[in-house]
Design a protein around this ligand. Structure first.
Ligand SMILES: [Zn+2]
Length: 199
């Protein structure tokens, strides 16, 4: 399998984005005023992700495709907030980094599953993988599965983040044992995860 690469997005061109930390961006305790029980965790990794803009996005920017909302330097899933903002003309409307990657087929992680065990337990394993995606999206809505397909003797899953591919590898190994292997690109921007179990 070959991976599409875009020469203009070579690691040399990626500069670390400076995010100004002000009292406005993250409140003292590190909890979002929108989700008081939820700790704010950065879901942007501009140093390693060419799809994260160097420019600061306007607060309350929304994604027209998946309806997530950018607020306090991160993306949130918040359907009510999206509905409240979507008809407001002053609100910036864009494709979020995850939707852009899906549109461009720009994967940052590939999970290759091999062996008879998968094909004998396909539904169950795919449901575990879906669960892992939903869990990841709960913390970071930019972590998504892009495509799933069969490729010769492997089953291939591509992801928008290298972290989600690793999480899927760990979850498969935890649940079903077998053998798992990770192979990172030099700049850690891209990971291949191999999981294999025969019977
Ligand atoms: Zn989106």
């Amino acid at each position: 399998m070959t991976r599409k690469t875009n020469p203009s997005k070579s690691p040399r061109n990626i500069k670390k984005r400076v995010v100004k930390k002000t009292s406005k961006t993250v409140n003292k305790k590190g909890y979002s005023p929108l989700h008081p029980k939820k700790k704010i965790r950065a879901n942007l990794a501009p140093a390693t992700d060419p799809y994260i803009s160097k420019e600061q996005l306007k607060d309350y920017t929304i994604c027209t495709k998946c309806h997530i909302v950018y607020h306090l330097n991160r993306w949130f899933i918040d359907k009510n907030l999206y509905n409240a903002l979507k008809n407001n003309r002053t609100i910036k409307k864009i494709l979020c980094p995850a939707c852009k990657k899906i549109k461009d087929n720009y994967a940052m992680g590939v999970v290759s599953i091999k062996g008879g065990f998968f094909f004998d337990h396909k539904e169950e394993i795919l449901s575990l993988i879906k669960h892992e995606e939903l869990r990841a999206m709960d913390t970071n809505p930019l972590e998504r599965i892009m495509k799933k397909r069969k490729d010769k003797e492997n089953y291939i899953i591509t992801t928008t983040s290298e972290k989600l591919a690793q999480k899927i590898g760990r979850a498969l190994h935890r649940a079903y044992k077998g053998e798992v292997r990770y192979s990172w690109s030099d700049n850690n921007k891209f990971v291949r995860v191999f999981w294999e179990r025969e019977k």
